[in-house]
Design a protein around this ligand. Structure first.
Ligand code: FES
Length: 107
């Protein structure tokens, strides 16, 4: 399992916002939901849209390309629980957001 990697300061991503961040060779979508951070793979399972550029409403993000919607806390598609974007571990330490990539297959 990989180590936690610092991706940004807590103050760089206000509540209700999303950002794209890079951890190793992975592009991730990072979300601040009411002060709690969540990380998903950035690639939408439909056609690869960048979820970190999506519209955030509460704990849901809409893909900017064709509007599929995902729960950022679980990665689950809101219309089909069979479809899910990989979730990654997030923690906050000393005002910094750190992310650890989960191994493929774990969610
Ligand atoms: S690429 Fe995300 S909804 Fe189509």
């Amino acid at each position: 399992m990989s180590d936690f990697v610092r991706v940004m300061a807590v103050s760089d991503l206000p509540p209700g916002q999303a950002a794209e961040v890079t951890v190793g060779e992975e592009m991730l979508a990072l979300f601040n939901v009411g002060g709690t951070f969540h990380a998903l793979s950035n690639r939408c399972p439909h056609r690869g849209g960048p979820l970190g550029q999506g519209f955030v409403d509460g704990s849901e993000v809409s893909c900017p390309w064709h509007n599929w919607t995902f729960d950022v806390t679980t990665g689950e598609n809101t219309a089909s629980s069979d479809m899910r974007v990989p979730c990654h571990e997030v923690k906050v330490e000393d005002g910094q957001v750190l992310v650890r990539i989960r191994d493929a297959g774990a969610s």
